[in-house]
Write a protein that binds this ligand. Structure first.
Ligand code: AMP
Ligand code: MG
Length: 293
């Protein structure tokens, strides 16, 4: 089973993660030479190409799957990260699913129901743009959303803890069966979010993204961060780690996500499968038949 290696942005498994201590800006000092937008862009090209190749190999073996989950507040860069990090992956091998406010059919089911059909088959890569984690994030900030779920019992004091343990068991089950799960929280600062929301108001090419509701959610900033801290601490596990990615610089965030996905691929067996003796003999026959034509 996949196990996360230690990393500066890995959310520890001991509950010691503090949002207040988590960076929103890229690290200042780095051993890397090209520690700026141009450098991150250039290496992203390498990383994204490598990722495409790894997915191809993953498919050839068919023994593992990869699930990437992206969570963040509005305008933190989830869509752009997906667009850039996975741009070299064969569209046949990747599935991207976005989860917005649930429909009545979805809330009539248990909270893992709507995401389950989008989980990656062996050989495939799935990316979740938001996920079942909204059920312990936006729903925790807005407990009134639970009314739509028509739960039989009023939520007890253990309600969120219970949801965390359901999520942990779900992910453990997936990991046991060969899914590598990587979860990224794009940590944008309140100041940077303000700039990006203002750009959505002012830039004619971005206006379509603006929703007044985003400002109401912004007013709940501290509640969201409290919910994120609890969630990341309760659900970062060696087989399904969370990474808190500084997201005020989009170039850095995209590069860092790509690098971490590649590092995880590096821990999975990716050699193309070797034919058995019997298959080799069959290939000899095939070669002979084709060359005779
Ligand atoms: P966006 O991704 O910005 O287009 O917005 C999607 C919206 O759907 C966000 O405001 C999410 O908080 C909301 N959303 C996603 N999942 C859920 C959920 N399970 N319950 C309630 N709202 C959700
Ligand atoms: Mg939005």
């Amino acid at each position: 089973m996949f196990e996360a290696k230690s990393h500066r942005f890995l959310v520890p498994f001991n509950g010691g993660f503090r949002v207040a201590k988590s960076r929103t800006k890229p690290p200042k000092k780095s051993a890397k030479k090209n520690n700026d937008a141009a450098g991150w862009e250039a290496d992203l090209e390498t990383q994204s190409t490598k990722l495409g190749d790894s997915q191809h190999r993953l498919y050839s073996r068919g023994t593992n799957a990869v699930l990437v989950i992206l969570q963040a507040l509005d305008a933190a860069g989830k869509d752009g990260t997906i667009r850039h990090v996975f741009r070299q992956v064969n569209p046949c091998g990747i599935q991207v699913a976005s989860f917005k406010a649930p429909t009545p059919l979805e809330t009539a089911h248990d909270f893992l129901w709507r995401t389950t059909p989008h989980l990656p088959a062996h050989g495939h890569l799935s990316v979740f743009n938001r996920s079942y984690y909204e059920e312990v994030l936006v729903v925790r900030v807005h407990p009134e959303f639970l009314a739509a779920q028509k739960l039989p019992d009023a939520p007890s004091g253990e309600f969120w803890k219970e949801r965390f343990s359901v999520i942990n068991a779900h992910e453990r089950n997936l990991a046991n069966q060969g899914t590598v799960i990587l979860k990224f929280w794009l940590n944008v600062s309140k100041k940077e979010q303000r700039e990006r929301l203002l750009a959505r108001v002012d830039d004619p090419e971005k206006r379509w993204k603006f929703r007044m509701q985003d400002l109401d959610e912004r007013d709940r900033w501290d509640d969201y961060l409290t919910a994120y801290e609890a969630c990341l601490n309760a659900t970062s596990r060696p087989w399904a780690p969370w990474y808190a990615i500084p997201a005020d610089d989009k170039h850095f965030a995209r590069w860092q996500v790509a690098k971490l996905v590649n590092d995880a691929f590096g821990q999975v067996e990716l050699d193309f499968p070797q034919p058995t003796k019997e298959v080799m003999a069959e290939l000899d026959v095939a070669r002979a038949r084709l060359t005779k034509e």
